[in-house]
Design a binder for this molecule. Structure first.
Ligand code: CA2
Length: 145
């Protein structure tokens, strides 16, 4: 059974609680359940996490090496700001898929640049929670090669 990690950045703990018109009505827990179900159907195991602390996220990325075979990350606002996260992702040595619920490239210009995109093998944006299940499928495909 392949082990993958799904990392979620700042404020995503508020999913389903605030701004449903932008991010939908599903909570982070709903999203986690969806990911576990999808992974199980593909004979994969998911470690699903969220943090509001950039240092904690960087430690999780560093520690992932050798434990997981692939990573899906919604770095939220750090996508657009964190060179430190970019550097950590660059040396993690596994396929990384970038996922976003909304499509940042169709929003404010300050969301158009992504530090994650530069190190990701694939990106999915603007598909809501389905983007996460699509990312799991894509990772399964990449890891089967
Ligand atoms: O669309 C996405 O998934 C984003 O990563 C979400 C980030 C945003 O900074 C990125 O540009 C795109 C923001 C996450 C904030 O999550 C909230 C959830 C509910 C209520 C308020 C914020």
């Amino acid at each position: 059974m392949k082990k993958i990690i799904i990392l979620n950045g700042p404020n995503l703990n508020l999913l389903g609680i605030r701004e449903p018109e932008v991010y939908g009505i599903d909570t982070l827990r709903d999203l986690e359940d969806l990911c576990h179900q999808k992974a199980y159907s593909l004979n994969m195991k998911v470690d699903f996490r969220q943090t509001n602390h950039e240092g904690e996220m960087i430690e999780w990325v560093q520690e992932a090496r050798g434990i997981y075979e692939g990573m899906i990350i919604n770095a939220a606002a750090w996508t657009h700001t964190s060179l430190a996260l970019h550097d950590a992702l660059k040396i993690v040595d596994m396929p990384i898929i970038e996922v976003h619920l909304s499509n940042p490239k169709e929003r404010e210009t300050f969301r158009h640049f992504s530090y994650v995109e530069l190190v990701a093998v694939h990106g999915i944006a603007g598909k809501g929670p389905e983007g996460y299940t699509e990312a799991i499928e894509k990772l399964a495909e990449i890891l089967s090669k």
